[in-house]
Design a protein around this ligand. Structure first.
Ligand SMILES: C[S@@+](CC[C@H](N)C(=O)[O-])C[C@H]1O[C@@H](n2cnc3c(N)ncnc32)[C@H](O)[C@@H]1O
Length: 329
């Protein structure tokens, strides 16, 4: 069955809405669920381990995809959620909801044909590698750089006993925790930024050079005051993100200003050149030196055919996932 057919069959409101009609906080955007289930390529009769039950909506889709000849084991760290989901999913007799920490997988029902996580592990769990079948697929979010907003969805296949990465998609999910989460606001992007302004909707910035905390007040003032002007590039920052994450360029920066949103590009302790992450295509630049570096990145990217997510692959390096350009460019 196709993911789109499963979506037609499952009533998402039944899972996502609470008794008072409000959306359950742990609910994932339906389009993101659909995209990530496409990556998982689930077949009828398979055994799937899901990590992060949440509302149980994705569990119901998985249960529909595998059918009654299959099996879905869904785990969540929050016992309230697994209890709620068990009740909602009682008609799917081939689904088991368990309260457990997804970082250990779930050995009792291993091995699995598919493992999918809707919450981001710090380190890639060894348990998943052990619990997945040969030729099985693992789909999980992972933060591929130590910089705010660098989480992507990655896919690995087990081949000859080890994991080989093939797919990357632009989606991110909350970090895995050891306890049920009460306050979801603490997972906003600013929680991972290197500098954060004051107020309810503060500016925030992430870059490696900022990690020692030595950001001058003039730098911040310039970043906040400089006016956005039309950029010379045809694409917005979203188009180049996958390439920048895969090339790990020094000075890679992601930032947010309350008045005009997300920015991506290059910075050092002396200045910055950043493009708007979404259209309209604008940039904020502090000086020629930084502008030239960003332009060079852009020209190189255009010159090799504007590689995006489909041109990069995840690589497991010990317990971390990094991205690289396919073909090793
Ligand atoms: C984005 S929500 C999942 C949404 C769900 N797929 C849906 O369709 O509604 C992420 C879930 O991961 C759970 N979680 C966080 N850390 C976890 C961990 N270490 N092990 C298992 N689940 C965890 C959270 O309790 C939360 O319910």
């Amino acid at each position: 069955m196709k993911v789109s057919q499963a979506i037609e069959r499952v009533n998402k409101d039944y899972y996502m809405l609470q008794k008072d009609g409000t959306l359950l906080t742990q609910t994932t955007r339906p389009q993101a669920i659909a995209d990530n289930l496409e990556m998982l390529d689930v077949q009828e009769g398979q055994k799937v381990l899901e990590i992060g039950t949440g509302s149980g909506y994705s569990t119901a889709l998985l249960a529909t995809l595998v059918g009654e000849s299959g099996k879905v084991v869904s785990i969540d760290i929050d016992p309230k959620l697994t209890k709620r989901a068990s009740e909602k999913l009682k008609d799917f007799e081939w689904v088991t909801c368990v309260t457990a920490d997804g970082r250990f997988g779930y050995d009792n029902c291993a091995p699995y044909d598919r493992i999918i996580a809707w919450t981001t592990p710090d380190n890639f769990p060894n348990s998943w590698t052990n619990q997945i079948e040969e030729d099985g697929l693992i789909v999980t979010p992972f933060q591929v750089m130590d910089i705010v907003q660098s989480t992507v969805m990655v896919r690995f296949k087990k081949m000859d006993g080890s994991l080989s990465g093939d797919l990357v998609r632009p989606e991110g999910y909350i970090p895995m925790t050891s306890e049920p989460v009460v306050d979801f606001d603490r997972f906003g992007p600013e929680s991972q930024a290197d500098i954060v302004g004051e107020g309810e909707e503060p500016f925030w910035i992430g870059a490696h050079w900022m990690k020692d905390g030595q950001v001058k007040e003039e730098w911040k003032e310039r970043f906040l005051k400089v006016k956005a002007t039309s950029s010379p590039f045809r694409e917005d920052g979203q188009a180049i993100r996958a390439y920048l994450l895969a090339t790990h360029s020094e000075g890679y920066t992601f930032a947010f200003r309350p008045e005009d949103g997300d920015w991506i590009g290059y910075s050092t302790a002396n200045g910055f050149a950043l493009v708007s992450f979404r259209q309209p295509n604008r940039w904020i630049i502090s000086d020629d030196e930084h502008t030239m570096v960003l332009e060079k990145w852009w020209v190189t990217w255009v010159g090799i055919g504007k590689p995006s997510y489909e041109s990069i692959q995840p690589i497991l390096m010990k317990d971390q996932v990094k991205l690289s350009l396919k073909g090793g460019e």
